[in-house]
Design a protein around this ligand. Sequence first.
Ligand code: SDX
Length: 429
Amino acid sequence: MTDSLTVRDNRTGVEYEVPITDGAIRASEFGKIRTDEDEPGLAVYDPGFTNTASCRSSITYIDGDKGILEYRGYPIEQLAEQSTFLEVAYLLIHGSLPTKAEYDAWEHEITFHTFVHENIKSFMQGFRYDAHPMGMLMASVGALSTFYPDASNIADADIRNLQIVRMIAKMPTLGAWAYRHAQGKPYIYPDNDLSYTGNFLSMLFKMSETKYAGDERIVKALDTLLILHADHEQNCSANAVRSVGSSQVDPYSAVAAGVGALYGPLHGGANEAVLKMLKRIGSKENIPAFIEGVKAGDERLMGFGHRVYKNYDPRAKLIKKACDDVFEVTGVNPLLEIAQELEKIALEDEYFVKRKLYPNVDFYSGLIYEALEFPPEMFTVLFAIGRTPGWLAQWLELVQDKEQKIARPKQIYTGERRLDFVPAAQRWA
Ligand code: SDX
């Protein structure tokens, strides 16, 4: 027995040996299978890449059937319980946990890169009063590439590291300023005396007090939420960052593409959609009718289901736990009861059980964000701030991977061929 496939092309009777490596076969092997020398070889057709590996990666491991998630080999449960977001960001980017000296240098670098060019402020003030903060974030991250033209020199390790530090440091500033813009409040500058997450809360909520002091339980809960969102292997937005990054553009433009992908309601936008769904359901009594609507295909149970997890998303469990800590401070979110009843019914209902639809990371996170008085439009911005180190770790791995090349998939052409053009004058006569 060997690690290979023997593929027989019944059109020609020819057999091909296709090696199996790490549980995969190279699509290019199928390119060798052709009926005729000048015919193109076989392609593999996989809409949405449901069964296609785009890269080799050592950043994040997920076992969807067992509900396992590890960053650089460390179980998410241990990191959420014992680490901090900045330490996890270091782990994702550098591949190992920092020594004290490494952590102190990392924290210092991030702290002293939280400011953005003043022009970003006037750029942001150009948005309508009701602009969605994710649209503002996507535009602002992309705009940063024009303030740091040296970032396009992606072959230089020091330049790469400086942009990584800048983006992790500035994402909360951009996110907080998008929020303040929507609220019509003055922008708050970073406060370097505060922790990464404490400073983020200060830029969001500080008013006339000289120093903002967030409740430590809230700071800790938000820091944990950022950890839980930090990376998730080749999700839609990581794939967008890698695809755009494969053209060798600067990392700001690649991450802006990731923000755009995360914005979608099937991806990071689901946390905002969950809250709107819970509000629309309104009471436990309305849940059965809503569930019927889902089964009829008129509704989608937002916050449920996952391409990889066919078990409970481990992050959803941890977020549910963080709910208790936050609600201790803010009071229980009345929508929690509807969410818990919805989960209970869905986990017993054949429709969901058959499709292995479990709560994902977005199902409970919105309840916490709302209890922290974030408007729903800000929920995905919080997701993006958490995911920034993950996107950058994926980008860094891509640019250093000798096997990678510009992303340019094939297609199956279904259109017309060789039509003769008829000029407009004749067509309209
Ligand atoms: C994130 O990839 C990642 O890792 C993403 C993420 C990350 O950390 O980066 O984990 C973050 O994006 C979490 C997912 C957030 N999205 C939602 O909660 C939106 C609701 N969920 C879905 O739309 C859906 O489950 C996806 C998009 C998450 C996954 O979609 P797939 O893998 O393409 O599955 P599918 O749409 O083909 O669904 C398979 C079946 C279908 O039914 P049938 O056609 O077989 O009858 O399950 C049904 C779907 O209709 N289905 C749902 C459903 N999700 C799937 N039916 C009702 N409600 C749902 N939520």
